[in-house]
Design a protein around this ligand. Structure first.
Ligand SMILES: [Zn+2]
Length: 602
């Protein structure tokens, strides 16, 4: 049975991304990805519970993580053993790895006492270890025990169950702690029963309606299904009713079909699909939903507890944890700053493919940079880069959902609220940003744009730094162009292409004049004398002292035998004197010779 899942609200989209990631991790490629939906044959998800477990098992694999951690720590200890002067560091390292080991050993104690004893003995040797051979023995023994399959399966499963349960689904299905004592495979089967079997059985119901079976065959099928332990109870209820009220009472196939279509099957309140098997929506379908979305208010209208959601939607929601990205955020709690792990998802109106790409690279970037930069500035840049045709409207409707939903503690949506003119700059002149070479600086510029902060301040500081570190100032010139372009776009509702060009031309002119002066002085080995003037001009811009700035600039121009450009002394329509000043300074402090700026293009 072919089924489609359409992009919808953010939580469905996050689920679709998770569903696709789980399949990709298991090298399954049966899903057809279209612009605004995915499509697959439900028979192909017969083993989805196994894929699901494998995805999270591999993501949280404790033996793997402990091996890496022990390797790293023991290497450090080994090198510290040789070094008598670093006794304290050695002590500290031993202490920290022991703390990590202890946590896991406590878990293993409950699973296998014997293995625990063995590991505890090795653990106790760490304090007195004195040779590399001893160290290696301890390491090998510990890792060997961590890797025992029944141990690793149990502790890893318990870990990811705990995470899924507390962030997203509470005590649903196999996540219930009561099931912790069951073997791994049996817990997989519980997932099959609760999340997959109903989707698979839907096909049988459809076949009955389509008249594929005779009454005799239906009877046989029902008897077998009713005793099948792996089928979800709601579906079994339907089978039991068909059997009791129709088959045994010698009703016709038509009457059975009527019952299936009009009574057994429902319309999904979430995706709007008709004639599907549904179950009553509960908080356990996805905890953060209850508080996360304004749009969901209708959904919870008048505490209507009998909201039906279809089994496909239920499964898709169950995939959300694989669709979101874990990011670290610094948050203030009880007056103290703490690092918190937040789950987040980027949503905007685009194709499934782009949504996947964006969220994949968002995951990579936020891992790489942690809290160093604003991950959202990076995200916007990434979207502009990968999708040149992104529209102003799409950009303005991007948002990131963040949740740390342990008992609904924290859950919110961060809309970027990108202003129209900023969105226009991103979509019409993306190269202005991407041309800025220094990645960190580029991110800062985007961050300033998103927060509607004055880029002049950023440029001023950067040029100031360039005096001492002799860095290239081309990027500052480009940032100044971003600033004037933004100013022009701020004014106009219609296309401002000519105005943007002419404003950028003026900026380019000042940059070029600055560069020429710098070149001449450099040839005379005299360019160091500029530093004092540059510093003075930067201060004038910062303190908004136009008169003094113009005095200094004119002095430099005259001393070099250059005319004073009109734009420097009169008021210009679209360009402020501060930006002309910054581009002049960027030229004066540039260290790239023979790069005349770009006088002509915008
Ligand atoms: Zn649905």
């Amino acid at each position: 049975m072919n089924t489609r899942v359409y992009l919808n609200e953010w939580f469905i989209n996050a689920g679709i991304i998770g569903f696709l990631r789980i399949l990709k991790h298991n090298e399954q490629d049966f899903v057809i990805i279209k612009d605004n939906y995915i499509e697959f044959d439900t028979n192909n998800i017969k083993d989805f519970h196994k894929y699901y477990f494998k995805y999270f098992f591999d993501k949280y694999n404790i033996a793997q993580k402990m091996e890496n951690r022990i390797e790293k720590s023991f290497n450090k200890i080994e090198s510290l053993l040789q070094n008598k002067e670093q006794k304290d560091t050695l002590k500290q390292e031993k202490k920290s790895i022991k703390e990590i080991l202890k946590k896991q050993l406590d878990k293993i104690k409950k699973i296998d006492e014997e293995t625990y004893e063995e590991m505890f003995e090795e653990y106790s040797r760490i304090d007195k270890v004195s040779t590399s051979e001893e160290l290696k023995q301890i390491k090998d023994n510990l890792i060997h025990n961590f890797k025992k399959e029944y141990i690793n399966k149990k502790i890893t499963l318990n870990l990811f169950k705990n995470i899924l349960s507390k962030n997203c689904f509470g005590q649903q299905s196999f996540l219930n702690v009561v099931k912790n004592s069951l073997p791994y495979e049996e817990q997989e089967n519980i997932m099959y029963k609760d999340y997959i079997s109903n989707i698979i059985e839907m096909e049988t119901l459809q076949e009955i309606v389509a008249g594929k079976y005779s009454i005799e065959e239906i009877k046989e099928k029902l008897e077998q299904k009713i005793s099948d332990e792996s089928i979800y109870k709601d579906i079994k209820d339907i089978y039991t009713k068909i059997n009791k009220n129709f088959v045994r009472k010698n009703k016709t196939i038509n009457e059975i079909s009527n019952f299936i279509n009009n009574e057994a099957l429902n319309t999904c309140s979430m995706c709007g699909k008709e004639h599907c098997t549904t179950s009553a929506y509960t908080e356990g379908n996805f905890i953060p939903l209850a508080v996360s979305s304004e749009n969901m208010k209708n959904f919870f209208w008048e505490q209507n507890i009998n909201i039906q959601i279809c089994d496909i939607c239920k499964l898709i929601l169950f995939c959300i944890p694989a669709g979101v990205t874990n990011i670290i955020k610094t948050a203030k709690e009880n007056g103290k700053y703490i690092e918190k792990e937040i789950l987040s998802f980027v949503n905007y109106d685009t194709s499934v493919e782009n949504l996947l790409k964006t969220n994949n690279s968002f995951g990579i970037e936020s891992k790489k940079e942690r809290t160093q930069y604003n991950p959202y500035a990076d995200l916007i840049l990434d979207i502009i880069n990968q999708n040149a045709k992104v529209s102003e409207w799409q950009l303005k409707n991007i948002f990131v959902v963040e949740f740390e939903s342990e008992y609904l503690a924290y859950s919110r949506m961060e809309y970027f609220n990108i202003k129209s003119y900023v969105a226009k700059l991103f979509t019409k002149y993306p190269e202005m940003l991407t041309n800025i070479k220094d990645y960190k600086y580029r991110i800062q510029v985007v961050d300033y744009l998103l927060k509607d902060k004055d880029i002049d301040k950023l440029v001023n500081q950067r040029l100031r730094d360039a005096i001492s570190n002799k860095n290239n100032t081309t990027d500052s010139y480009l940032a100044t162009k971003v600033k004037v372009t933004l100013q022009v776009l701020k004014k106009g509702e219609v296309l401002m292409n000519d105005e943007v060009k002419s404003a950028n031309k003026q900026i380019g002119l000042m940059y070029a004049i600055g560069q020429e002066i710098k070149e001449t002085l450099k040839r005379q080995n005299n360019d160091n004398k500029l530093d004092g003037y540059i510093y003075k001009m930067l201060n004038c811009i910062k303190t908004n002292n136009r008169n003094e700035f113009t005095d200094v600039a004119i002095r430099i121009l005259w001393s070099m035998g250059k005319d004073v450009p009109q734009i420097l002394v009169k008021n210009n329509e679209n360009v402020e004197w501060q930006e002309l000043g910054h581009s002049f300074i960027a030229g004066l402090s540039s260290n790239i010779i023979n790069n005349k700026g770009d006088k002509d293009n915008g």
